[in-house]
Design a protein around this ligand. Structure first.
Ligand code: ATP
Length: 334
């Protein structure tokens, strides 16, 4: 093991930069050469590489996004595309690849490892929907961003005695909605995994008002069950929050406002938790490669970073935390 490449892929997640920093500096610490790949798998296919030095990753610890940039690459999904990527890797004398991204990225990295290249996958996605880790890089910061928005919206919601419907990211998973909803005291949390009953949502809002609540907050994940999928060409005015908000206004007769947080959730300085997670993952990736253990997927289990095989990791599912859901329903509706 002499020369390693690092890439970020899929949706950007706050904490990718601290992870790149850890991968680069841990490599240099062990006397390895380290190459950055620009724009994820696209850069691997086109050979868009840059030599990484300690100073290249200076002053990035606190920045959201990724200095290596991220992209989606359809070409890498083809056999020819991956053959081109392998040729670039061999030409540049790269001995292993560390990839930071979501489950799609993991599938790409798995295929690369099957071509005989030692590959380590690090989970980074704000959705936290990767089965093989309790926490992915970016999730904590995204939840804090949502919480910050809820806190601010609450001030206006209380002053004007309104119901606010806040849409958060999560086309297929409700992890952000659940964590931010529980922490933010939302009256209802609507997620893709659980079919919602709009009548029950409205009853809670009406009961809350009768008990003297000055406002209500409903958190809706993009793909909340019953909402049209965003990927089906739905526009903002047809998204989950709009549909739920219109129904609530109609049934309760209360003034209801709708807020779609969108990409605000992804940006900003990574939280302490994400920086530490990213740093631990980045350092462990180099340890795994130096130990000659071959390819691996990293995950955080009970506060410990562990390396498991791609086969095991890709077969794992991450269920939502039902305790969060039930506790939130109890505590916010008394
Ligand atoms: P996020 O969770 O933020 O969406 P992700 O890593 O799941 O992140 P994807 O767009 O699904 O994001 O995947 C990133 C890239 O990984 C794709 O653009 C593609 O190049 C590669 N990839 C995804 N799935 C596969 C696959 N089945 N085979 C080969 N490459 C893949």
């Amino acid at each position: 093991m002499r020369r390693i490449a690092v890439l970020t892929s899929g949706g950007d997640a706050p904490g990718m930069n601290p992870c790149v920093r850890a991968v680069v500096r841990k490599s240099l610490y062990h006397g390895l050469e380290i190459v950055g790949v620009r724009r994820g798998f696209h850069g691997l296919v086109t050979g868009d590489f840059m030599e990484m030095k300690s100073r290249t990753v200076g002053d990035i610890l606190q920045r959201g996004g990724t200095i290596l940039k991220s992209a989606r690459s359809d070409e890498f999904k083809t056999e020819e595309g991956r053959a081109k990527a392998l040729l670039q890797i061999r030409t540049c004398e790269i001995d292993a690849v560390v990839g930071i991204g979501g489950d799609g990225t993991f599938r790409g990295l798995h295929l690369l490892s099957q071509m005989g290249l030692p590959t380590v996958a690090i989970p980074a996605t704000i959705d936290n929907d990767i089965g093989s880790t309790e926490y992915a890089i970016g999730f904590d910061t995204a939840c804090n961003n949502v919480l910050d928005a809820i806190n601010k919206i609450r001030d206006t919601a209380t002053s004007h005695e309104r119901t606010y419907v806040i849409e958060v990211m999560g086309r297929n998973s409700g992890h952000i909605a659940l964590a931010a909803g529980l922490a933010g005291g939302a009256e209802s949390i609507l997620i893709p995994e659980i079919e919602y009953d709009i009548q029950q949502v409205c009853t809670r809002i009406i009961d809350g008002a009768r008990q003297g609540k000055s406002h209500s907050i409903v958190i809706v994940a993009e793909g909340a069950s019953g909402a049209p999928p965003v990927s089906s060409g739905g526009t903002l005015t047809e998204g989950a929050a709009y549909r739920v908000g219109q129904q609530i206004a109609h049934i309760t007769g209360f003034e209801t406002r709708i807020i779609v947080l969108g990409h605000i959730q992804r940006g900003g300085a990574p939280s302490v938790r994400d920086r530490i997670l990213a740093t631990m993952f980045g350092a462990k990736a180099i340890d795994v490669l130096l130990a000659g253990e071959g390819s691996a997927v990293l995950g955080m289990f009970q506060n410990e970073v562990r390396a498991i095989s791609f086969e095991e990791a890709l077969s794992m599912k991450r269920p939502i935390n039902m305790d969060y859901y039930e506790l939130s329903n109890i505590l916010s509706n008394l």
